[in-house]
Every structure is written in structure tokens, then in C-alpha cells.
Design a protein around this ligand. Structure first.
Ligand code: SF4
Length: 641
């Protein structure tokens, strides 16, 4: 049997010494970690020392595709970008789609590992298996759109795909993202890592195909996956049509759409002005990631409002929340402009909207005044001030400099009790679900190895009421911890390692409405991905191995964080969510008390085989082939039982 799926090569690039080593992608790495996030977490764990400065030359920046990336597998043109996060100090990982990830495979690489720091602005060209260093002096200062256009015009021929930073990454804002095409590896400050390395862009171009080990078996699995997508009651009729914007309406109906920096959930209705019906009127075309039948990604142009004629690709639900309900803005054209500016500057929309909402609440409470905000009146709903702040954050100007490093550092600089209004876990700003009324998602926010992240174990059961694998009451803590574990493992095993878009798995595969025994159905769904990856690679990834792999990567990432000094105390939600009930709407009165969090955390740790402090037991580490971690944890003063 042939092996397939993988491009077969890993590029190790040292920017300090301008050296390149190209190695064969490790076969054990493939089998135990599969790809994408699995590759990123394992290489980060192995190759950076504890305490490495996230903005120093020793931090790694890792681009890793999956075994399905670049193949005909739908919605698989995705990659994971991993580094130690300068925003959180924990594992920093974000996924991105578009075309760049596939092109990276066609260029011959599964993984690009970048270390060191260039002396002068540089970009990397990985062209048909060869790697070269090129000056980015002319690109420094450009936004991400202009940068991509300039490189395409400057290089001979065509077919280049580019991942780059904008001015925010150059200024080392800890909210900076990496943009490829119009897609973002947002969150966790990965753009700042790139900026600190003086790396403006990574450019890939290739001419190789992704080989498939067992083409007939692959085709059969592909047809089955597409059949499942097609049979889904809402994947094409709703998700494709509206994209994620329909979640503004859905979460509002549930009363878990946070407004005004989580202070007014349920008191205001933003669904009518910023939900899907309003946004649908502005759709001009779709621009899907490569080989995606759902094509959720729409290009919109504002028709009305204070900013007519703004073209943006999006906004995603989280962005519509961050610059809408969270900051009290109901003019959808202002949200489009904020979204576009963040893409141009290379800024993470969730964290930027969150830090602006935080500043607005401080202003309204009188903790800060217009003297500190350079005259800006930061009342909720002031969209002009919001736009102004985005410019200032990108260039670290005036008050923007304080906000450019996220809510934790901003609250440290401002003081005066402002930390009570900083909505984050582990330093990562919270996204758009008020988890006081969605307990499983709350466990995910608090325990995700990347910090307050909706993606590591998306609790679709709570948002859509889908009983997979079990029925669940979103206000109850019973079963929440175990369900969160299941979601985190599934997301890793089915999305973030094979690199299938999480939307397609959580929207399509896992919540199809086939009737029958849920256990059997769940196994069948996992089996669909297991077949696809096994046929592509020629390696046997059985459903049981996939589950083990998902647990392995989550646990190794936790061990990385433990080695960096994270403890149980870092696995809690912000205090506000434990003492202030949701003030209005369908989830009125809901909160997650400290006692409830303690109980859920104990259960979550027990399910994952961790002790009371969140440290994995030796037995569990052995089961996951992570024995090598034991000694490291001992050196860090932790003693796995
Ligand atoms: S569902 Fe949307 S984000 Fe996911 S692959 Fe398709 S177009 Fe890209």
C-alpha cells in the first residue's frame, strides 16, 4: 500500500542565521499527532524551553497543515498556526482556511517551523520545494491587503498564496493576527510573534498533488461524508445562506448573546439590526475556502447606515458581536467597517471588540474619563469612537497603546478596580456566548488550553439543542464537565488535527438528525472521518485511535501550560460570571457560582485523568504515550501521581 495525504517534508527555518533545513516529516509524529494542531503542539512542546520569551527569537512559529489539506476532502484547506502566545503565555494556536494551507502542501511542505529573528524586515518564499529569504523593507508599513497584492505583482509568474501581518503585527500589538487572503489566524497574538521576528510574510507556491494512498476507499468515504452533509436539514438551507451571522439571532433567542461587555445580557436586542436578515441584504457574492461545498463565507457591501459602501468579507458571528452587541453598536455598516479595518491592520476582531467594550464600561462607570481617552467619549454605542480606537490600537497611538495588549495588561496599567471588568480566561478575551446560560461552554472557556476560546470544544448541544451524544440541560451542571471533555476531544480528533473546518463538523456531521441509538450514530460519525483519513494516508486511524489522539493532544497542551506555571487557579471564569446573574431575557437569573465551577472542574479533571490540581496522572500519561512528560512536570515541581 502507498502512503499518502502528507507532502512528506518539514521546513525548519532560522531567521537569525538565514539557514534552512528540510527534513522528512516524522512518521511517528504522523501516527500519534496526525497533523495541524497535533503537529504544532508536539513540536512546540519538544523544541522550546520552559520560560521562553514569546516575543524572543527562541519562540517558534509553526504553520502545520493536515493530511487532508489540499486533497478533494471538502472543507479541509486548513492549517494550524502555533507558538507560545505573548497574550496568554500558554499554547497559542489558531486555525485558518482559504487557499494558503493547500498551496503549502502543493509547495511540498506539511509543516513550516520558523525560529530566530531577522535583522531587517524579511519575507519567506517557499516555491516548489525551495526556500528563500527576501527583503520586506518595501512591505513594512503596508496593510495586509496591499502587502499581498504587492508580493503577487513583484514575483514572477502567478499562483502565490500569502500569509502576512499588517501594521498591528509590526507594532507588536498582542492582539495582532496573521492574515492569508481574507482569512485570519486570529487570537492569541500570533501576529505579534511574527512581527517580533521581523517576518512580514510567508509566501507559498507549488505544483505537486496530494497523493492518496487508497483512492477507491477515499472516494467512498468522501461520498459518504458529502451524503451526510447533503442530508443535513440546515447545513445548506441556512448555514450556507446566512453564514454564521444567524447565530446573532440564535444566541439572542436563548438569552446568551452578551451585551455591553457582559454587563447587560438580555436587556437589549441587537438581532433585528445586526442579525442575519439585515446582513443578508448586503451579500454580493461568496468567497469560500478551497473545496468547500457549504461556502459560508460571504462578501458584503453596506447599503445604508453611517458607512455605506463598505466592502468586507464577513463579518463572522463573533465579529458581529464584538463590534455590535458587545460595544452597544447597532449600525451594521459600522460593524462592517470595524471588521474590514481589523483585517487590513491584521487585528483579532474578538479581542479588539472585547477590549473596546471593556474600555467603554470603564468610561461609563467613571473609572476612566475623556482625559485618558484623548477626548474620546467612550459611551456604549459610540461607533465613531470604536472606529477611532481601532486605528489607535493598530498603531499603538495614545489610549490605543494601552488597549493594544488586551484586557489584562490594560487593566494592570489602568488599575482602580478595572480588572473586575476584564472579561478573559488565562488572558484571552472571552468570545460571544454568555456561558452563565450555557454551562458546558463555560467549562470549555475555563479549561481550553488556549484560554477563553469558543473553538477548542464548541458546545453545539447548548446552542442548537442537539442531543449528541446525550440530551443536556444548558442550565444544569450535571453532565457539563463530561460533555465538555467529549467536545474538546472530538474537536481535536475530527477538526483540528485532520484539519476539517470545525463548522462542517459541528454544523454538519455531528448534528445531523439521523434517528437511532445515539452511541451507534456517534460511532458512525467518527467512523466517517476515520475512514477518510485512513484512506488518504494509508495509516490506520481507527475511531478508537482518533479519540485517543484527541485526548493526547489536549493533554499535552495542558502539560505545556503546566510547565509554564499555569495552575488550577487559571481554570476559572472571570468573577463577574460567578456573582452577577444574567440581568434580563430568556436566561435571566443564570450564573455559574464558584461552588458550581469547583464541582465541574473536579469532574472535568477526573474525566481526563488529572488530579485535583489539574496534573495528569502517570497512568493516564502512559495510556496516551506521553510518558516523556512525567520528568518535565517533576522538574517543574509538579509530581504526577
Ligand atoms: S464552512 Fe466556511 S470557513 Fe469552513 S471551510 Fe467552508 S467557507 Fe471556509
Amino acid at each position: 500500500m502507498n502512503t499518502g495525504g502528507y507532502a512528506g517534508k518539514t521546513a525548519w527555518i532560522d531567521l537569525t542565521h538565514k539557514e534552512v533545513e528540510i527534513t522528512t516529516t516524522d512518521s511517528e509524529l504522523m501516527k500519534l499527532y496526525m497533523g495541524g494542531t497535533g503537529f504544532g503542539v508536539k513540536l512546540l512542546y519538544d523544541h522550546i524551553k520552559p520560560g521562553t520569551d514569546p516575543l524572543g527569537p527562541e519562540n517558534l512559529l509553526i504553520f502545520a497543515a493536515g493530511p487532508l489539506t489540499g486533497s478533494d476532502s471538502p472543507s479541509s484547506s486548513r492549517m494550524a498556526v502555533t507558538a507560545r502566545s505573548p497574550l496568554t503565555g500558554a499554547v497559542g494556536m489558531a486555525t485558518s482556511g482559504g487557499h494558503f494551507p493547500s498551496e503549502m502542501k502543493y509547495a511540498g511542505f506539511d509543516i513550516i517551523v520558523i525560529k530566530g529573528a531577522a535583522k531587517e524586515p524579511t519575507y519567506l518564499l517557499l516555491d516548489k520545494g525551495r526556500v528563500s529569504f527576501r527583503s520586506a523593507k518595501k512591505l513594512w508599513g503596508m496593510n495586509t491587503f496591499d502587502c499581498q497584492e504587492f508580493i503577487k505583482e513583484d514575483l514572477p509568474g502567478n499562483g502565490y498564496r500569502i500569509a502576512c501581518i499588517g501594521q498591528a503585527g509590526e507594532k507588536i500589538s498582542l492582539l495582532a493576527s496573521i492574515i492569508n487572503e481574507r482569512r485570519a489566524a486570529g487570537r492569541k497574538g500570533l501576529g505579534a510573534v511574527m512581527g517580533a521576528k521581523k517576518l512580514k510574510a510567508v509566501v507559498v507556491r507549488g505544483d505537486r498533488k496530494v497523493a492518496i494512498a487508497e483512492p477507491e476507499r477515499f472516494q467512498t468515504a468522501l461520498v459518504e461524508l458529502l451524503r451526510r452533509y447533503k442530508a443535513h436539514p440546515t447545513l445548506y438551507s441556512s448555514f450556507s445562506k446566512h453564514g454564521t451571522s444567524a447565530l446573532v439571532d440564535g444566541t439572542s433567542e436563548l438569552g446568551i448573546f452578551p451585551t455591553h461587555n457582559y454587563s447587560a445580557t438580555g436587556l437589549y436586542d441587537y438581532a433585528e439590526d445586526t442579525g442575519y436578515e439585515t446582513q443578508d441584504q448586503d451579500i454580493v457574492r461568496r468567497n469560500p475556502c478551497r473545496c468547500c461545498p457549504a461556502a459560508c463565507s460571504q462578501v458584503r457591501i453596506s447599503q445604508e447606515g453611517d458607512y455605506p459602501g463598505v466592502l468586507t468579507e464577513g463579518p463572522e458571528f463573533e465579529t458581529a458581536w464584538a463590534f455590535g452587541g458587545n460595544t452597544g453598536v447597532s449600525d451594521v455598516s459600522a460593524i462592517y467597517l470595524a471588521d474590514r479595518l481589523c483585517d487590513e491592520y491584521g487585528l483579532d476582531t474578538i479581542s479588539v471588540g472585547s477590549v473596546i467594550g471593556f474600555a467603554m464600561e470603564l468610561y461609563e462607570r467613571g473609572i476612566i474619563t475623556s482625559k485618558e481617552t484623548d477626548g474620546l467619549e467612550l459611551n456604549f454605542g459610540n461607533h465613531q469612537a470604536q472606529i477611532e480606537l481601532i486605528h489607535k490600537i493598530a498603531f499603538r497611538k495614545e489610549f490605543g497603546d494601552i488597549l493594544a495588549d488586551g484586557v489584562v495588561k490594560a487593566s494592570e496599567r489602568i488599575g482602580r478596580g478595572s480588572e473586575s471588568y476584564a472579561m478573559h480566561v488565562k488572558g484571552l478575551e472571552l468570545p460571544a456566548y454568555d456561558v452563565r446560560g450555557a454551562k458546558t461552554h463555560g467549562v470549555n472557556y475555563s479549561t481550553a488550553f488556549t484560554g477563553g476560546d469558543h473553538n477548542r470544544g464548541y458546545a453545539f448541544q447548548e446552542i442548537f439543542g442537539i442531543p449528541v451524544p446525550i440530551s443536556y440541560d444548558r442550565f444544569s451542571i450535571d453532565g457539563a464537565a463530561e460533555l465538555c471533555m467529549w467536545n474538546q476531544i472530538m474537536e481535536m480528533a475530527l477538526c483540528d488535527c485532520p484539519m476539517i473546518c470545525a463548522f462542517m463538523i459541528s454544523e454538519g456531521l455531528l448534528r445531523d438528525e439521523e434517528q437511532g441509538n445515539t452511541q451507534e450514530l456517534t460511532e458512525r460519525r467518527i467512523g466517517t472521518v476515520s475512514e477518510l483519513v485512513s484512506a488518504a494516508t494509508g495509516l490506520a486511524f481507527t475511531p478508537a485511535e482518533l479519540i485517543l489522539l484527541g485526548e493526547r493532544v489536549n493533554t499535552l497542551a495542558r502539560c505545556f501550560n503546566l510547565r509554564e506555571g499555569f495552575t488550577r487557579a487559571d481554570d476559572y471564569l472571570p468573577e463577574r460570571l460567578t456573582v452577577e446573574p444574567i440581568p434580563g431575557g430568556p436566561s435571566k437569573g443564570a450564573l455559574t457560582s464558584l461552588e458550581e465551577q469547583d464541582t465541574m472542574l473536579d469532574r472535568y479533571y477526573a474525566a481526563f485523568g488529572y488530579d485535583h490540581g489539574g496534573v495528569p496522572t502517570k497512568e493516564r500519561l502512559k495510556k496516551l504515550s506521553l510518558d516523556f512528560v512525567t520528568e518535565d512536570l517533576q522538574k517543574a515541581g509538579l509530581n504526577p501521581r
